[in-house]
Structures are given as structure tokens and as C-alpha cells.
Design a protein around this ligand. Sequence first.
Ligand code: S3P
Length: 429
Amino acid sequence: MEFQRVTRLQGQVMVPGDKSISHRSIMFGSIAKGITEIDNFLQGADCLSTMACFQKMGIEIENKGSRVVVHGKGLHGLEAPFGDGVLDCGNSGTTTRLIAGILAAQDFSVTLTGDSSIQKRPMKRIIAPLSQMGAHITSINGTGCAPLLIRGQKLSGISYESPVASAQVKSAILLAGLYADKETRVKEPALSRNHTELMLQAFGADVRTEDTTAVIQPARELFGCKLSVPGDISSAAFFLAAGLMVPGSEILLKNVGINPTRDGVLRVCEEMGGNVTLLNLKTEGGESTADILVRHSPLHGTVIEGAIIPALIDELPVIAAMACMAEGTTIIRDAAELKVKESNRIEVMVKNLSAMGADVTETEDGMIIRGGRPLHGAVIDSRLDHRIAMTFAVAALCSDGITEIKGAECVNISYPEFYRDLKRLSGNA
Ligand code: S3P
């Protein structure tokens, strides 16, 4: 797919539902008693993988487009996946790691697998704490990655200090904690996204947060509820960056989730001099939303490090592209987690930005970007990583010449209509 410079971007976008929240709504709805109605569910491939996994475990889920109805069967209502006993998580780390926490406590065995990217992503980070709780999980090929064989067991509550700030690790442990014999605690080095904690409360679980520690009590039952999924700030980030970078742009992003554990990109845009205004703020089920108005702005470099990193981890690729357009140097550090995402996002960003003429250096835990050099078109290998493809579609809009993105269709993972929405803003529908 090919992209090139546009004169300006103007208009409104309703970004699709939040990926993290959509996954959780299916999972928690499935293990709750009664009906869960989900509004604005993300119909991306990752969330459809989660849906298919629970359908295969006997849960009736009606997919009516953006509205989804889950007929939950309670904490002990799942059945062994029919047929081959295998659950396919596709490209989705969230599906794999969170489901593992639930499966660890069932009275059946499952093989959990996914695509070639999932089979390279680290799973020891969940195998270790879940095993401490009494789970039986083996990496079938001995790689520490999927496929995993999970044999459900009785679990016991633990107090776990996680070496990484990861919501997937934290959530796997909390979900197992629902089934444990006593309280479970997970302490993180910095607070990661807290959608699991907020949504489990809506389903009736006893879960609370003390600083960077999440604490859950075993549950007798969860109860179905109504949920409205906010727009995904990780998807909105591409338009935030594009609006700031492309001269003359003004974009209104409607109904975007601005949970403080996810809003790091907004804080960085402001820090870089971006003109970003929040309008129409609301809160529902503990999750806050706003309409975000973004206008083209001259940007300057910044340092991104420490506790903010988990609040913008998925936005760092597009922030790196934005830093190329900023005056001065931007340093990203404490972000080694980027190496174990859908691709090694440090290596892939540095390679592709360099191909477009950027002055960027790879470091152990991030990158250094010296901004202000004009970018030019290049052939970009997305490595089938959705956030890399979208980042370079945006970078191309303020670069000379033509940018060709290989594997561009991978945006289906989180934002199937991304190219349509981007084209519409440039008046090029
Ligand atoms: C997610 C957590 C983050 C994030 C991923 C979604 C979640 O991963 O990068 O896209 O839904 O919990 P980690 O928990 O590995 O940091």
C-alpha cells in the first residue's frame, strides 16, 4: 500500500473501541453469571480471537457488530475446548496471557497457541507466578513461549512482586486469584493499565489498588453487566500525531478513553508543544472519556522515561515518528518492553525511520532521535505489526515522495478501518 504527503488533515474521527477493554469484556462476561451486554466492542482480529476461544469453551456469544451479548455461565461454567482441545489466540498477547490465568484454575486441560509472532513472545513471565499459585503450565517446545499446555489445578493465593510493569502479567495473576483459596497481591515496578481492576469491580469482584499493588479476594461468583467500551487511545494516537505533524491540520477525535494509566501520549504531546484540548469529559464504569481536539503545532524534543512508560508503551512507535518532526533531541529510555511486542519495536522503528532519512540511534532500552531532518519516502517492512504499519502511514503524510508499506493489511488486528478514516481526513476518500 502506498502513501504520500497531504496538504492538511481535517474533520472528525470516531476511533474504534478500546482493544484492552474489549478483550476483558468477553473474558469476564464469559466467567460471570448471566448476560453481559457490550456496546462499541472492537471488531479487530485480536478481540475476535478472544471471542472464538470462549465460544469454543461453550459460551454463547452473539456478535451483532459493535454490540455483543455474552451469555456467561459463571466462574465454573467453562468446558474443555470442543474437538481438539486447542485454543488459538492468533496474534494476541492479551488473549494468551489473560486466558492462561483463567485456564490455570479449570478442571480440564488446554493447549494454548497462536501465530508465528505469538510463538516467539515471552510466556515465562506468566508461567512463573501462576506456577507459584500451583498451576501446571508447560511450554510444549521448551522455548518459554506458546504453545502452552495448561492443566487446571486448585490454586492458592500469593503475594507476587512482578519484575515488569505489565498489565497482561498482572491480569493473569488477578484472574487466577479469583479462583484461589486466599487473597492474591501483585506489586508492579510502575502502575500498568488498570482496566482489569476497574472492570472486575463492575462484575462484583473484590479488588482494590494500594499504590502499585493490586489486591484481589477469591470470588464465589461474578455477575453479568452492561458495558460501554470507550474509543481506543492507542488508535487515536495515530491521528493525534498526524494532526500535530501535518501543517494546517485540525482533527476532532470523539469519545476517546483517557484512563490515567493510558494517557501518557497526551502528556507527551503537550510536553512537546502540541496543541491538544480535551472536551466533553465523562466517566462511566470507572473509565473516563473525552473528545480530543488536535491542531498542527511546532514541536520540540523531550525525554520520555520512568513511570510514564507503561502509560504510553503502545504509542511509542508513533511518538518516535513525531519526534523526527520536532526541533531538537528526543530520548526514549526504560522501554526495553518494546522489544517483546508484536515485533521488536526498537529495532523495527530505528530501521524504518532511518530508511526515511531520520537521525535515530538504537539503545538498550529505547532510542535517541535527533529531529528536524526532512523525511523521504521508503519501502517499509511492517513485520506484520499493526502499530508499525499505522505509524509509517502517518509518517508518510509529511515526507517527500512515496512510502510503500509491506504487510499493510495487518492493521486489521486493532483498527480495520484505519486507512479509510485516514483518507477521509485528507479529503481523499
Ligand atoms: C495490554 C497490555 C500491554 C499492551 C498490550 C495490551 C493489555 O502489554 O502493550 O497492547 O490489554 O493488558 P503488557 O502487559 O505486556 O505491557
